[in-house]
Design a protein around this ligand. Structure first.
Ligand SMILES: Cc1ncc(COP(=O)(O)O)c(C=O)c1O
Length: 384
């Protein structure tokens, strides 16, 4: 299918057009085997030895994701965290890395604790400012520049092409957590990224029913081989059933993300003028600080994630979340059901997240219902 230059949406919908060569089934099977038979001459011509290294059930998801991102190869992992941490564990103690101050909190905590204890020199910067990235990189010493764009939970945008240029000039790789943008909206490898990372738990799967991660490599080179070996050695592989569910979810990635983008954009505009809302954070709003950079590197929409800062501070924000009826109060994002979260509560002490902020993951429900529900919750919380 790839040779015919079909659009990415077509590749996703048909899992690269895979047809079982024996049964002609249009959906791949789940391979449960943990081990593979050796040939009589002691070889392993199938290329498969043991399922901690890989599994045929990974093939369609990895091939489809590599094609959607325009990368050479993809690897699926047991979680987004295991995919992301593999990129840092592939470095050596003493290596210097640059990471954003505003990013997915669990990875930020790991970088500030375990990664530092292990010997990495981690420098956190305001990654929405390319001059801050440029000031932090040390030529020959920085090995990885990590960015997340749009970044949790303020949706700060990093200019990927500019970050790639800075990283490469210093001899470092650029890794991009593109969980929120998805390949529907942004293809970081085309902009110079070396590795793209996804929490596949989110939009790629899209149904809030598995934990999964993925990496896509711009090149199938020695560094990629290190990442593949790390996954096999650490055993951070995805279960077979989850890999199958991930591929099934990815088939509907495009319509889900496009729908969520339309609704998020409409909600951002409506709540921007709401009397109980102090500020709406959404890359699609012209007033948003990162709007110009977002426009440059996001196509067909600005994502399904936005945050609202509620007038009345933390009390009003928590009270609003308590009063929704359609939105679900839960952490995570990128599923078909819309989620609302008082983000500072989950990030805990020391979070840079404003305490009046509600993070909204817009799903595929009716946008009018979502608006009406949050509107009534804001009003009831204000009057409580
Ligand atoms: C942007 C981002 N990156 C990484 C992760 C970690 O992924 P996982 O929960 O699949 O380990 C998350 C999870 O919320 C996330 O939102």
């Amino acid at each position: 299918m790839r040779d015919k230059n079909f659009a990415a949406a077509s590749l996703a919908a048909q899992a690269m057009g895979w047809i079982d060569p024996v049964t002609k089934a249009v959906v791949p099977p789940i391979h449960m085997a943990s081990t593979y038979q050796r040939d009589e001459d002691n070889g392993y011509r199938s290329g498969r030895i043991y399922a901690r290294a890989d599994n045929p059930t990974f093939d369609q998801a990895e091939a489809t994701l590599a094609a959607l991102e325009g990368g050479a190869k993809a690897l699926i992992f047991s979680s987004g965290m295991s995919a992301a941490t593999a990129c840092f564990l592939a470095l050596k103690p003493g290596d210097h890395v640059v990471a954003p101050k505003v990013m997915y909190w669990s990875l930020r905590s790991w970088l500030a604790s375990y990664a530092v204890h292990w010997g990495l020199k981690v420098e956190f910067v305001d990654a929405d400012r390319t001059d801050a990235i440029a000031a932090a990189v040390k030529p020959g010493i920085t090995k990885l520049v990590w960015i997340e764009t749009p970044a949790n939970p303020t949706w700060a945008v990093t200019d990927i092409a500019a970050a790639a240029e800075i990283a490469h000039k210093a001899g470092a790789l650029l890794g991009v957590d593109s969980t929120v943008a998805t390949p529907v909206l942004t293809r970081p490898i085309e902009l110079g990224a070396d590795i793209v990372m996804h929490s596949a738990t989110k939009y790629l799967n899209g149904h809030s029913d598995i934990i999964a991660g993925a990496l896509v490599g711009a090149r199938d080179d020695a560094h990629w081989e290190t990442l593949r070996t790390l996954r096999a050695q650490l055993g951070t592989i995805l279960g077979q059933t989850e890999a199958w569910l991930l591929m099934r979810g990815m088939r509907t990635l495009f319509p889900r993300v496009q729908w969520a983008c339309r609704s998020a954009d409409a909600l951002a505009q409506k709540f921007a003028g709401h009397p109980m809302v102090a500020e709406v954070l959404y890359p699609g709003l012209p007033s948003f600080a990162g709007h110009a950079a977002a426009k440059k590197q996001m196509r067909d929409g600005f994502g399904g994630m936005l945050s609202v800062r509620v007038k009345g501070g933390e009390r009003a924000a928590v009270a609003t979340a308590a009063r929704v009826e359609l939105w679900k109060r839960a952490t995570s994002l990128g599923g078909v059901e819309s989620l609302i979260e008082h983000r500072a509560s989950i990030e805990g002490p020391g979070t840079p997240c404003p305490t009046d902020l509600l993070r909204l993951s817009v799903g595929i429900e009716d946008a009018g219902d979502l608006h009406a529900d949050l509107d009534q919750a804001l009003k009831r919380a204000h009057n409580s």
